[in-house]
Design a protein around this ligand. Structure first.
Ligand code: MEV
Length: 426
């Protein structure tokens, strides 16, 4: 019986099979689940062709990404191994490293709101806007009833349409009705879109207007997740490193050009887990960036300050609309296994994990940028990628990469030359 901890020093040094073994034991994966990643030492496909063919239109194949495991995460006292599907070098290592430092002072504390999504109905050509608002308010219960008739299962689980909000836009140009729906453990787009389409004819009747767009809002600001962690100043190399970090953070506070990159780094981590768990990463991206601009100018999604001992404290808050049931989440076998590896049971728990990963990723990027720079960490894997592109195989990859780093020439033409010089390969 191995200890159930995500702290696995040297995980990166194991080979793929050994890593999968450790993860399988941690998450109690069945042989079948394990083999869906790797069978007889070979990587296996994420989804079979019949499922792919039904998932989207005009399918010609399946596009794969590597899945890596971020280690060391301790969130609300629970250990998590975090699957990340991403093509970018260093993201998984950076998240693991940040989580290792956060762990020294208790890991991440995270929380998430109830899973409320907003559905919008746009009403145009309303003659008397104020009278229309009164009429909508008087019929609130009936509107909610029509919405809830569309999804008895959701209602039986305690979810469903809970409230209305009415907004005027422009100079009395249009009315917008927000339907607030508790989507429980789903992402919720299907449920909400069905409901707003169902209530639209009744809203037309009540207001005398025309219901034009009926669609979910991806600015899911009723569904926020937050995480906080303290990063130990000694582990960061001293208080001057904390100060340098904070200067780097100030840059993002003052400048949208920098804030965009700062937030991109956050989304490196969040998207990778969102993809691994079969969720809609475009929805998460849209929500995050709209939330970052909510005050009228684009801002970082994280905040940092020093505690009284000089340690760095970081906090993140952003909308996270993800599900653990429904849609691709239920069709995609590997997404289901990734969720099992994560050990998350609810959408709320997944949202808390995602917020923690976003904070970890941002800490790692700013820490690297404010000290050694970002390229150093990238170089090793980048050089290995170039070596593979040049045709290196097995042990040749490390050797060619090492030589290119030593020479400070990490280029495809040099990798090809080295391959020929050392191994006589053409
Ligand atoms: C690269 O994918 C992400 C970073 O640019 C994020 C940042 O600058 O904070 C390193």
């Amino acid at each position: 019986m191995i200890e159930k901890t995500s702290r696995i020093p040297g995980f990166y040094k194991l080979d793929i099979e050994e890593r999968l073994d450790r993860v399988s034991r941690f998450a109690d994966l069945s042989r079948d689940e394990k083999e869906s990643f790797l069978k007889d030492g070979k990587l296996s496909l994420a989804i079979d062709k019949d499922i792919a063919d039904r998932m989207i239109e005009n399918v010609i194949g399946i596009y794969e990404l590597p899945i890596g495991i971020a280690t060391n995460f301790l969130i609300n006292g629970k250990d998590y191994l975090i699957p990340m599907a991403i093509e970018e070098t260093s993201v998984v290592a950076a998240a693991s490293n940040a989580a290792r430092i956060a762990r020294i002072r208790g890991g991440f504390e995270a929380e998430a709101d109830e899973q409320i999504m907003i559905g919008q109905v746009q009403l145009v050509n309303v003659c008397d806007i104020d009278e229309a608002i009164q009429s909508l308010l008087r019929s609130r219960e009936e509107i909610l009833r029509i919405a809830n008739d569309q999804d008895k299962v959701l209602v039986s689980l305690g979810g469903g349409a809970k409230d209305l909000e009415i907004r005027k836009l422009g100079e009395d140009e249009m009315l917008v009705v927000h339907l607030l729906v508790d989507v429980r453990d789903a992402m919720g787009a299907n449920a909400v879109n069905t409901m707003v389409e169902a209530i639209a004819p009744y809203l037309e009747e009540l207001t005398g207007g025309k219901a034009r767009l009926k669609i979910i809002s991806n600015l899911a600001d009723r569904r926020l997740a937050r995480a906080r962690a303290t990063f130990d100043k000694e582990a960061m190399g001293g208080e001057d490193k904390v100060d340098a970090f904070l200067e780097g953070y100030r840059f993002a506070l003052l400048d949208p050009y920098r804030a965009a990159t700062h937030n991109k780094g956050i989304m490196n981590g969040i998207d990778a887990v969102v993809i691994a768990t079969g969720n809609d990463w475009r929805a998460i991206e849209a929500g995050a960036h709209a939330y970052a601009a909510r005050g009228g100018s684009y801002k970082p999604l994280t905040r940092y300050w020093k505690d009284e001992e000089g340690n760095l404290v970081g906090e993140i808050e952003l909308p996270i609309a993800v599900g653990v049931v429904g849609g691709a989440v239920s069709l995609h076998k590997k997404a289901q296994i990734c969720r099992k590896i994560l050990g998350v049971k609810t959408a709320k728990e997944l949202a808390m994990v995602l917020a923690s990963v976003g904070l970890a990723q941002n800490f790692a990027a700013l820490f690297a940028l404010s000290t050694v720079g970002i390229q150093k960490g990238h170089m090793e894997l980048h050089a290995q990628n170039i070596a593979v592109m040049a045709g290196a195989k097995g042990e040749q990859i490390d050797e060619i990469a090492r030589r290119m780093i030593e020479e400070g020439k990490i280029r495809l033409d040099r990798a090809k030359e080295l391959l020929e010089e050392i191994y006589g390969a053409r």
